[in-house]
Design a binder for this molecule. Structure first.
Ligand code: NAD
Length: 274
């Protein structure tokens, strides 16, 4: 029996990638997609609109108008995800939320809804990055204050913010692993900065070309160093992780709010720093 999935934001960058990947696997069945009011794809079949041969289902504005589905994959906007949340509550369907940028009061609504349905909500669905964060925290805990830590990230020349959100998540992972008080983080270095103060954590953003995203955490000690690196080659990594989350959420069947650490079975106590 395949898991019936619907995709909100199906004509968007992530939506299309998700639809393509669902079509490639046998255990998931795409039953339809949702798009915003005014979208040129409304009313079209997924097969024609997204040039996905073999796909069934159509693209509609109203999630409630779609046939029954087990899991909604939602990579849209905060406002529309909250509207879709209501429909999933009514239908008792699970949700995999990829949308980012929720305000605290909106996150509370998601948390409230998770008392009744299964919700996976992750800021980053990349399996590799989730594992990198875990490895960084574990490594940080073991090497302790002996290591000088530097976080490096590379992105394309169109990225407007620096350092990346993921670089900050890696910084949090380094801090979570350390028992001792860690020093300030510094962004790049220039001029006569003097010897490196103990406990300082350096963050460095490199921008150029079409680099999708690369993150590295360096733990430099006397006589040796550890470099933990993740390289993204395409958006497919987010979609792969989201599909994994859909399968996990469907199989779990239990109401609750989960993230990629739960999906990958990682130790929750470790991520909480407890
Ligand atoms: P995008 O703009 O390419 O796609 C968003 C799609 O949602 C568009 O097709 C848009 O028409 C549609 N949409 C907007 N309002 C809608 C509504 N009311 N109903 C249905 N569809 C609606 O953006 P994207 O790059 O695909 O990213 C979408 C979201 O996912 C963003 O919040 C982004 O930050 C997030 N994202 C998260 C991850 C992750 O791993 N968690 C990865 C990539 C992107």
């Amino acid at each position: 029996m395949s898991i019936k999935v619907a995709i909100a934001g199906i004509a968007g960058r992530m939506g299309r990638t998700l639809a393509e990947q669902v079509q490639r696997v046998d255990d998931l069945e795409l039953i339809g997609g949702v798009e915003r009011a005014g979208s040129p794809w409304l009313g079209q079949s997924i097969a024609t609109g997204l040039s996905l041969s073999g796909a069934t289902g159509s693209i509609t504005q109203d999630l409630a108008a779609l046939p029954a589905f087990d899991v909604l994959l939602d990579f849209t906007t905060t406002q529309s995800t909250l509207v879709h949340l209501e429909t999933c509550l009514t239908r008792r369907a699970a949700m995999v939320i990829g949308t980012t940028g929720f305000m605290p009061n909106e996150t509370m609504k998601i948390k409230q809804a998770s008392k009744q349905i299964t919700i996976v909500h992750a800021h980053n669905y990349s399996v590799g990055l989730t594992l990198l964060l875990d490895l960084v925290q574990q490594t940080s805990a073991k090497v302790g204050a002996e290591a000088d830590v530097e976080i490096l990230e590379w992105h394309h020349n169109q990225k407007v913010d620096a350092p990346s959100g993921t670089a900050y998540a890696l910084l949090d992972a380094v801090k979570a692993g350390r028992q001792d008080a860690v020093g300030p983080s510094v962004h790049g270095r220039e001029g006569l900065v003097g010897a490196r103060p103990k406990g300082e954590i350096g963050l460095h953003a490199v921008r150029g070309g079409d680099i999708i995203g690369e993150h590295q955490v360096l733990f430099a000690m006397n006589g040796e160093r550890i470099e933990l690196t993740h390289r993204a080659a395409s958006r497919a990594n987010f979609a792969e992780g989201a599909l994994r989350a859909a399968r996990w959420g469907f199989a779990s069947g239990a109401p609750g709010l989960f993230d990629m650490r739960d999906v990958l079975g990682l130790d929750r106590a470790a991520s909480d720093g407890s």
